[in-house]
Design a protein around this ligand. Structure first.
Ligand code: NAP
Ligand code: ZN
Length: 351
């Protein structure tokens, strides 16, 4: 078996639009699953990376880490997949497998370095880096490949692979449930799924949004309450009301006012990745024994648990399906917050 050349969409510099290109996928190994990509979601992290917001972007970059497809080939030692099955890949495609965190299926914290589905050094192809889901095919070891339940709207289920797990994992970790009030800060791809998932876990959900139009929509998405964060009176009324706040904001913002929304012992959990540092006032955490914390995607086992949970509870993203050539316009709209609430690329349009 040799490497295959496949069509993809990517860019070679932060100031250049994405365009058609060809990439190589590794030769199938005994434990590998190869699949044809059907759909790929567009996450704000793809946008951060193509803009090199965090530094360290490897060029050319092919983004995409909410990947759903159908198995086309399996290696000789694969036992959980057969040709024709649905399969999915999120952010994690490799890790050492034996450190303390990998043993607990917290692969995202692998001590020896996790390999992400795109923009990571490729452990299989020397000198190469990984290319994501804006492409025709993917090859991944079975251990890191998820079983995709047969969602009726498969395209809209793709965003669960990153946005879904990124909010599911902290909701589980911080104990969302009927006895916990959950706040969701920022109603984008992650935020709108956080509303649906926290509601399915039984929590009362309050959203905090900068967008007046999303106040009404938040209720349609299932939120119990919606607070327009630019309205001082509404913000004041919400002080001290939340046990957990999932902060999904992608840009620099004042977290101190949201620490004020927490009850005693409450936690503000950052999942958004503003490139700039955020300041926290000492009294805002000291008074009320509050926690300012963070969470990064979720491990493979928990990602599978989340997919099964969402299937059972009929949860998918509200998506706008686009074609591959429309991707640059989609990124421009994502940057302006003009998406309800996740773009998903129909990969049949990549020809
Ligand atoms: P998104 O769809 O663009 O949503 C972000 C939301 O943040 C916007 O809809 C907006 O909500 C709010 N927002 C944006 N700019 C703001 C500003 N200047 N001030 C206040 N609010 C602002 O993005 P996403 O795909 O959900 O991703 C959100 C963030 O999470 C990104 O930084 C992404 O990189 C990060 N992320 C992290 C992980 C992880 O593992 N930790 C995984 C995936 C993504 P309103 O209009 O409601 O205010
Ligand atoms: Zn993501």
């Amino acid at each position: 078996m040799s490497t295959t050349t496949v069509k993809a969409y990517g860019t070679s510099a932060a100031d250049k639009p994405l365009e058609a290109m060809e990439i190589k996928r590794r030769a199938l190994k005994a434990k590998d699953v190869a699949f044809e990509i059907l759909y790929c979601g567009i996450c704000h992290s793809d946008l951060h990376q193509i803009k090199n917001d965090f530094g360290g972007t490897m060029w050319p970059i092919v983004p995409g880490h909410e990947i759903v497809g159908r198995v086309t080939q399996i290696g000789s030692e694969v036992s959980n997949f057969k040709v024709g099955d649905l399969a999915a890949v999120g952010c994690i495609v490799d890790s050492c497998g034996h450190c303390e965190h990998c043993e607990e299926s917290l692969e995202m914290f692998c001590e020896n370095g996790v390999t992400f589905s795109f923009n990571s050094p490729d452990t299989y192809m020397e000198g190469e880096h990984t290319y994501g889901g804006f492409s025709k095919t993917y090859v991944c070891e079975e251990k890191y490949t998820l079983k995709m339940p047969a969602f009726e709207d498969l395209a809209s289920a793709a965003p669960l692979l990153c946005a879904g797990i990124t909010v599911y994992s902290p909701l589980r970790h911080w104990g969302a449930g009927p006895d916990k009030k959950v706040g969701v800060l920022g109603i984008g791809g992650l935020g709108h799924l956080a509303i649906k998932i926290a509601k399915a876990m039984g929590s009362e959900v309050t959203v905090f949004t900068t967008s007046p139009a999303k106040v009404e929509d938040a209720k349609r998405l299932g939120a119990d309450k919606a607070v327009l964060s630019t309205d001082e009176a509404q913000m004041k009324a919400a002080m001290g009301s939340q046990d957990i706040i999932i902060d999904t904001v992608s840009a620099k913002h004042d977290v101190n006012q949201y620490l004020g929304m927490l009850k005693v012992d409450g936690s503000l959990v950052l999942v958004g990745l503003p490139p700039e540092a955020l300041e926290v006032g000492a009294f805002n955490v000291v008074m009320g024994r509050k926690s300012f914390s963070g969470s990064n995607i979720g491990g493979i086992a928990e990602t599978q648990e989340m997919l099964d949970f969402c299937y059972e509870h009929n949860i998918v993203a509200e998506s706008e399906i686009i074609t591959m050539p429309e991707v640059n316009e989609a990124f421009e709209r994502l940057e302006k917050g003009d998406v309800k609430y996740r773009f998903v690329i129909d990969m049949a349009s990549l020809n």
